[in-house]
Design a protein around this ligand. Structure first.
Ligand code: NAD
Ligand code: AKB
Length: 313
C-alpha cells in the first residue's frame, strides 16, 4: 500500500470519531490527522495527531495539507437536516464552501483521493418511497438536502473536469453509541436507546409509523472504507452512491427495545422534523453499490439493537 497521510475534517463528530479510529488501525496512528472546529473528542485523545481547524479558512487548510504532506482528505464537517432548518444560510454556506475549499485544494495539490458524504436527504417527496433507486426524481425540500445534491454535482464536476478522485456515499440515518449525533432528523433512533436505559420512556419527535432508511455505524464505516479502497475502475458513480442497511419505524424499534428493557414505553409528539422525515424515502435500492464494489450490510435491526445495549450498558 502506498504511503498515505490522511486528514479527517470534522473528526470530533458522530462519524468522524469512529472513522478516524478505523483509519488509524489501517494506516497507522501517526498517518491519520483528526481535525475539527471543536475540541478533540475524548475517544480520540492519545490515539494520534489532532489539529484545531476551521474548514472555511481555506488558507489555513491549504497550509496544513502542504505542511503535513496530506494525500487524502475525508470531509465530514457539515450542518445536518434538523439544525440546517434553523439556520438555512449558515447550513448552505458551510456545506457548500467547505466542500469547494477541499475540492480546490485537492485539485491544486493533486491529492490521491477525497471522501465526502452525501445523504438520503437528497431525495424529496417526489422520489419513490420504497426501494428508492440510484437514479430517480430528486427534489429535496430541506436546505441540507439541497446542499447535498449540489455537492454531489460539484464532486462529479471536479472528477470529470479536473480528474479529482472524489468518492461519496448517500448515508442513511446512522445509529451509534460512541459519539453523539449532530442535529439530524434520524437522531431519534439514538436518543431512544439512551432514554430507554435512563428513564424507561421515550417521547419521540416522529410519528410511530415513520419508516426511514437507517444503518448501524460499523456498517457505515465498512462501506466508507470499502468504497475508498475500491479500484478506481469499479467506481461508476461520481455523484454519490445509494447504500442501504435497515428500514424501520419508531414503533418497530420500540418493540425491539422492549425485548431488552421490558418496562420501556414510548409516546409520540411529532415536531418540525416530521415533514422532513415524511419527505424522505422509506427504503433505498443500493444495487449499483453492490454491483460496482461489492457493498453488503451486516447489521439488521435485531443484531444492531442487541449490540447497542451491550455497549451502552
Ligand atoms: P456531526 O455534526 O456529528 O459532525 C460534524 C463535525 O464537523 C462536528 O464535530 C463539528 O464540530 C465539525 N465542524 C462543523 N463546522 C466545522 C468547520 N467549519 N470546520 C471544521 N469542522 C467543523 O455530523 P456527522 O453525523 O458526523 O456527519 C458527518 C457527515 O456525514 C456530514 O457531511 C453529514 O451530512 C453526513 N451524514 C451523516 C449522517 C448521520 O446519520 N450521521 C447521515 C447522512 C450523512
Ligand atoms: C439527518 O437526519 O440529517 C442525517 C441524514 C440522514 O443525513 N442523519
Amino acid at each position: 500500500m502506498a504511503k498515505e497521510k490522511i486528514l479527517v475534517i470534522g473528526g470530533s463528530g458522530q462519524i468522524g470519531v469512529e472513522l478516524t479510529l478505523a483509519l488509524r488501525k489501517i494506516y497507522g496512528n501517526a498517518n491519520v490527522i483528526a481535525s475539527d472546529l471543536r475540541e478533540e473528542n475524548d475517544l480520540l485523545k492519545g490515539s494520534g495527531p489532532y489539529v484545531s481547524m476551521d474548514v472555511m479558512n481555506k488558507e489555513m487548510l491549504h497550509v496544513q495539507v502542504i505542511r503535513q504532506n496530506i494525500t487524502q482528505i475525508y470531509l465530514l464537517a457539515a450542518i445536518l437536516s434538523a439544525t440546517g432548518e434553523k439556520n438555512p444560510g449558515l447550513a448552505w454556506h458551510l456545506n457548500m464552501q467547505g466542500l469547494l475549499n477541499v475540492l480546490d485544494i485537492a485539485k491544486e495539490e493533486k491529492l490521491q483521493k477525497v471522501y465526502w458524504p452525501s445523504s438520503i436527504a437528497v431525495f424529496g417527496p417526489t422520489s419513490p418511497k420504497k426501494d428508492c433507486p440510484q437514479q430517480t426524481i430528486i427534489e429535496p425540500i430541506t436546505v441540507y438536502g439541497i446542499s447535498k445534491y449540489a455537492g454531489e454535482f460539484w464532486c462529479n464536476y471536479f472528477h470529470h473536469r479536473f480528474g479529482v478522485d472524489v468518492r461519496s456515499i448517500r448515508y442513511p440515518g446512522l445509529i451509534s453509541y460512541k459519539s453523539a449525533p449532530g442535529g439530524g432528523t434520524t437522531d431519534y433512533a439514538i436518543e431512544i436507546f439512551h432514554e430507554a436505559l435512563e428513564n424507561k420512556h421515550y417521547k419521540c419527535f416522529l410519528k410511530e409509523d415513520t419508516y426511514l432508511p437507517m444503518m448501524y455505524m460499523p456498517d457505515a464505516i465498512k462501506a466508507t472504507i470499502e468504497l475508498m479502497e475500491a479500484p478506481a475502475n469499479k467506481i461508476s458513480i461520481r455523484t454519490s452512491y445509494n447504500v442501504s442497511g435497515i428500514s424501520f419505524s419508531p414503533k418497530e424499534i420500540a418493540s425491539e427495545i422492549k425485548k431488552h428493557v421490558p418496562e420501556f414505553t414510548i409516546g409520540y409528539s411529532p415536531d418540525y422534523r416530521q415533514p422532513i422525515a415524511d419527505s424522505w424515502p422509506q427504503s433505498i435500492d443500493d444495487s449499483v453499490a453492490r454491483n460496482d464494489w461489492g457493498w453488503k450490510h451486516e447489521y439488521d435491526l435485531d443484531r444492531m439493537t442487541a449490540d447497542m445495549f451491550e455497549n451502552l450498558k
